[in-house]
Design a protein around this ligand. Structure first.
Ligand code: ADP
Length: 477
């Protein structure tokens, strides 16, 4: 009972059984109600047709002489009896033969039909019901009275008709029951077959999915499923593939990250170790310069560790932001003031653009200071002498506060542009390593801006310059 196939088959059979039971109930109720009127209607039509044939016979002969053999031909079944009277009411035909020559008065017919030829009535045809047995079936009470030879088996029209229709009805219902039973058995067989078919269609892909999930769980991250349909099962398969792909990408990123961290730790450590070993061996003099170089490498390591910590906190959404409302233009001016001495030294001009009143943002000034500091550091690093850096503050069409840092530096190629916000990505590894870049700066910028509910993007043209823009929600001053 645990398998989906069994559950579906049982459900199908239940539906069939309930359907067949309700149809059979409705058919029984409907048949019992309509059967008598149906029989009556059928009898009326039959009688009218027989009367037509007799009218033709009368028209040919001009009398009822040959009516008796024709009456027998017109009989519908062994339970019917036809009686024909002429215009004066004398019986001229009787399929039972016993009432011939008598008066029709008091005859107890189930139904009757007049026979007319050329507009005048030439006779009447009566339908009597008949139960075999010696005797006639002339009506009770008035008229001809009990005919001679009427036996115990003979019955009159009305009573017989009730018994007859009841027996016909039960025969009919029995045949309906048989048909319903056959239909039920056939439907049950089809239900089981359909249940098995449908459940196989559903369970097969599910079983494949279960097996593939198990493989992914055990580390086989390149496992993919074939998507064979467009329905929900197909969508589950393609979602599984997307999930496995992203797991694989994350796993690769994690591996790269560990390798990158190891690499970035190794270089300063090697420099420190080399310098210290040289000092111990007496190859390097333990003077101020040597100790300064060790200090620089230690500073690099400290920054790398701090960057990694910030990044992991931001990515885990655990960065605590100490927000305060700040005028974005003033904030930008202060940051630019800090880098101005270095810029002047490198022959780069710095400018801040923006109109008052500038947008106000609710930010953690230390974290956002780190963001702007990183962007300005990069601009200084990748802009040659004689270039310029412009920081602009304004509003977007949607009313967001926008801050951008544009430089006239070396620019970024479109290929690199797609990756600069990735961890440890450096467009030119040798150069940036020498200048102290770890490839984490922009990743941290992105995470910190995201933590402030903002977004960051870059535009650049190689050899023309780059523009990094940050969008933050503006707040009331
Ligand atoms: P890094 O610490 O190496 O500078 P970042 O994450 O800050 O790392 O930057 C990633 C890469 O993006 C850099 O290595 C550099 O190639 C490129 N980049 C960043 N800012 C600029 C810029 N203003 N002009 C040219 N290239 C840039």
């Amino acid at each position: 009972m645990n398998s989906l196939a069994t559950k579906l088959s049982v459900a199908f059979i239940l539906v069939v059984v309930l359907g067949v039971a309700s149809v059979s109930l409705l058919v029984r109720i409907g048949t019992a109600r309509d059967f008598e009127s149906y029989l009556e209607a059928r009898g009326g039509i039959y009688l009218a047709r027989a009367a037509d044939s007799l009218a033709q016979l009368y028209q040919q002969n001009g009398d009822w002489k040959n009516a008796q053999p024709m009456l027998s031909d017109l009989l519908r079944g062994p339970t019917d009896r036809l009686v024909l009277s002429d215009a004066s009411g004398r019986i001229v035909g009787d399929t039972d033969g016993q009432l011939l020559g008598r008066s029709v008065d008091g005859i107890d017919a189930v139904n009757q039909a007049p026979i007319t030829v050329g507009g005048s009535k030439v006779g009447t045809l009566y339908l009597l019901s008949f139960t075999p047995g010696p005797g006639a079936s002339v009506g009770r009470g008035q008229g001809a009275g009990p005919p001679p030879g009427r036996g115990p088996g003979a019955m009159t029209g009305a009573g017989t008709s009730q018994v007859l229709s009841a027996s016909l009805e039960s025969a009919y219902l029995a045949s309906v029951d048989r048909a319903i039973l056959t239909a039920a058995v056939l439907s049950a067989i089809i239900a089981i077959a359909a249940g098995l078919f449908v459940s196989r269609k559903i369970t097969r892909p599910l079983a494949r999915l279960a097996a593939a999930s198990q493989e992914v769980a055990s580390g086989k991250l390149d496992r993919r499923l074939e998507v064979t349909s467009n329905d929900e099962l197909g969508r589950v398969s393609s979602t599984f593939n997307t999930m496995a792909e992203s797991l694989q990408r994350n796993e690769e990123a994690r591996r790269h990250m560990v390798a990158d961290i190891a690499h970035d730790l190794r270089t300063p450590l090697a420099v420190i170790q080399g310098t210290v070993d040289g000092m111990l061996d007496g190859v390097i003099a333990p003077d101020r310069d040597s100790i300064e170089s060790i200090k620089e490498e230690v500073a690099l390591l400290t920054k790398l560790v701090a960057d990694l910590r910030t990044l992991s906190l931001a990515e885990a959404g655990q960065l605590k932001l100490d927000r305060s409302k700040v005028d974005l233009l003033t904030f930008a001016q202060r940051a630019v003031l800090k880098i101005e001495p270095i810029a002047r030294e490198k022959g780069i001009t710095c400018r801040v653009e923006g109109q008052s009143p500038a947008p106000v943002v609710a930010i953690d000034t230390a974290r956002m200071g780190q963001v702007l500091g990183n962007l300005l550091d990069n601009a200084l690093r990748y802009t040659p002498e004689g270039g310029s850096i412009t920081v602009s503050v304004g509003r977007s069409a949607a009313g967001m506060a926008v801050l951008s840092v544009a430089d006239t530096g070396i620019g970024i190629s479109p290929d690199d542009l797609a990756h600069i916000f990735d961890r440890f990505y450096r467009a030119d590894r040798s150069r940036t390593r020498k200048s102290g870049g770890s490839g984490l700066g922009l990743t941290i910028v992105k995470q910190l801006v995201l933590a402030h509910d903002g977004r960051v993007w870059a535009e650049s043209q190689p050899d023309a310059g780059s523009r990094f823009s940050i969008e933050l929600p503006a707040v009331d001053p």
